[in-house]
Design a protein around this ligand. Structure first.
Ligand SMILES: Nc1ncnc2c1ncn2[C@@H]1O[C@H](COP(=O)(O)OP(=O)(O)O)[C@@H](O)[C@H]1O
Ligand SMILES: [Mg+2]
Length: 460
């Protein structure tokens, strides 16, 4: 048992799929599937349909050119009888009477596969000034175009992706620690009925695709799904990939996730844009400052509502709850809508998986939000150091903490304040920050801690 666990763990952390191994999501059960995986009903939620999908997908993966054989093989299993096949066909919206074996096998396998392969012409990928196998802005368009033409990417923008350079501009960008390649995909004005350019997707290559994709698929199947955009959440939105894609170049696979862009701006961009505007003595500085305060308050409030909604015991101040787990200022976006509503979108959500089964302290999120501006990352100086402390408190810390505290029932405010202070200023917090592997400036952190105390005391 220990040994298997060790092998599975080492495999997971190596982060690469072995040959003929895929990640599947069948009826909400997410697993690695290879030749040795069992399709017994009992391992697939005691569901005939799931067991049948497993059988079809597994057989097809090993024998991709013979879908008829996969169909015949699985039909001989008790769990893959006519009724199961018919029900699956209805769910996949393909003809169910009679079922065409080839169509059926392909549809079942495509729907199970969490990462879809996009077969590209390798010659098209060779570009001057682009390292072998990486995409350039131009070949990223080609990649998306092929994926849309093959109907691997569906949805509202598929028509535009199919048109390629006629509709799209792509920019290469720098990503975070878990990102190998990053692009933003923009629709040209001609293709938005002249409503201006619109950035529709982020395309990112994952450094650890197996872990990331499995964790995100689990989030999608958990009760956190009520925060997914398609379920019209009100405050917090969890942004997940629309589609995971894979291409290969000279035998090496690249795993990409295609993410609809979050609305609004990241909290970090609000702060950096404001600093920049100040330097330029921009005319709309007052409005920017006002928006920044609104965004900080909105983030505080919505994060509190999210924490409270998921808290156990219910209504405890504070119990354990679901947390983002890596809630730094680049990992949430705030959108100030025209009607005053505020949407806070969480991105880079893989770490949320940890709190699905075992809830955690709100400190996991709050310490990261509050301290992130003091971190020095990849040689970049800390954002906090560019502000006067008084201003940083006024535009960010104060609105954030005040609106966080006030989102809980008002009769509990005294208790909320006491607990918040305990969590944010406990002597061990610096070690927690260090354990999160970012270099924080201890002096800046103690200065923030004394400000936090004063800010919380003044909340009424
Ligand atoms: N849904 C999204 N909307 C807008 N930007 C995004 C989205 N997902 C990722 N990004 C951008 O890509 C960057 C890296 O992605 P992220 O998922 O945070 O990976 P990492 O683990 O490398 O930080 C983010 O900091 C952000 O700028
Ligand atoms: Mg990130």
């Amino acid at each position: 048992m220990m040994l298997t666990r060790f092998i599975i763990l080492s495999f997971l952390f190596s982060g690469v799929l072995e040959a003929k191994e895929i990640i599947v999501d069948i009826g909400g059960i997410v697993k690695l599937l290879n030749k040795g995986t069992s399709c017994e009903r009992s391992l697939w939620g005691n569901s005939d349909e799931n067991a049948c999908r497993c059988c079809i997908t597994k057989h097809h993966e090993q024998n991709p050119t013979k879908p008829q054989d996969s169909f015949a093989y699985c039909e001989s299993k008790t769990y893959c009888d006519d009724a199961a096949v018919k029900n699956i066909a209805v769910k996949l919206e393909i003809a169910s009477s009679p079922v065409d074996p080839e169509t059926f096998v392909k549809a079942v396998s495509d729907s199970a596969n969490v990462i879809r392969t996009v077969a590209l012409n390798e010659n098209e990928l060779k570009q001057p000034d682009t390292p072998a196998g990486e995409l350039s802005a131009k070949t990223a368009i080609y990649f998306l175009q092929v994926a849309a033409q093959k109907e691997i990417i569906k949805g509202d923008y598929a028509y535009a992706l199919k048109k390629g350079t006629e509709c799209l501009t792509v920019k290469k960008r720098n990503g975070g620690a878990q990102t190998l390649q990053l692009f933003s995909i923009t629709l040209k004005s001609e293709c938005t009925m002249n409503q201006g350019d619109k950035t529709i997707y982020i395309l990112k290559e994952m450094k650890k695709p197996v872990e990331e994709v499995i964790n995100l698929a689990k989030i999608k199947n958990s009760d956190l799904k009520r925060y997914l955009p398609k379920n019209n959440p009100k405050g917090i939105v969890i942004a997940l990939a629309q589609q995971n894609l894979e291409y290969s170049f000279q035998g090496r696979s690249h795993f990409m996730s295609l993410l609809p862009t979050a609305a609004g701006k990241s909290m970090n961009d609000y702060l950096e844009n404001y600093l920049e505007a100040k330097k330029q003595k921009a005319e709309n500085l007052d409005k920017m400052k006002n928006d920044l305060k609104k965004a900080s308050c909105g983030a505080g409030k919505e994060i509190a509502v999210f924490h409270e909604e998921n808290m156990e015991p219910k209504k405890a101040i504070f119990g354990l709850t679901r947390v983002h787990g890596d809630l730094h200022l680049d990992n949430f976006f705030v959108d100030l809508q025209a009607d005053g509503k505020i949407i806070v979108t969480l991105i880079d959500d893989e770490t949320m998986e940890a709190s699905i089964n075992s809830r955690q302290s709100i400190g996991q999120d709050l310490i990261r939000v509050v301290a992130h501006a003091t971190s020095r990352f990849l040689g970049k100086s800390a954002l906090y150091e560019s502000f006067q402390p008084v201003e940083y408190d006024e535009i960010f810390l104060k609105p954030l903490l005040e609106c966080y505290a006030k989102a809980y029932p008002s009769e509990k405010l005294t208790q909320v304040k006491r607990e918040l202070k305990k969590i944010l200023t406990a002597p061990g917090t610096f070690n927690l920050l260090i354990s999160q592997k970012v270099l924080y400036n201890p002096f800046a952190w103690s200065s923030i801690q004394s400000d936090v105390n004063a800010i919380i005391d003044a909340i009424q």
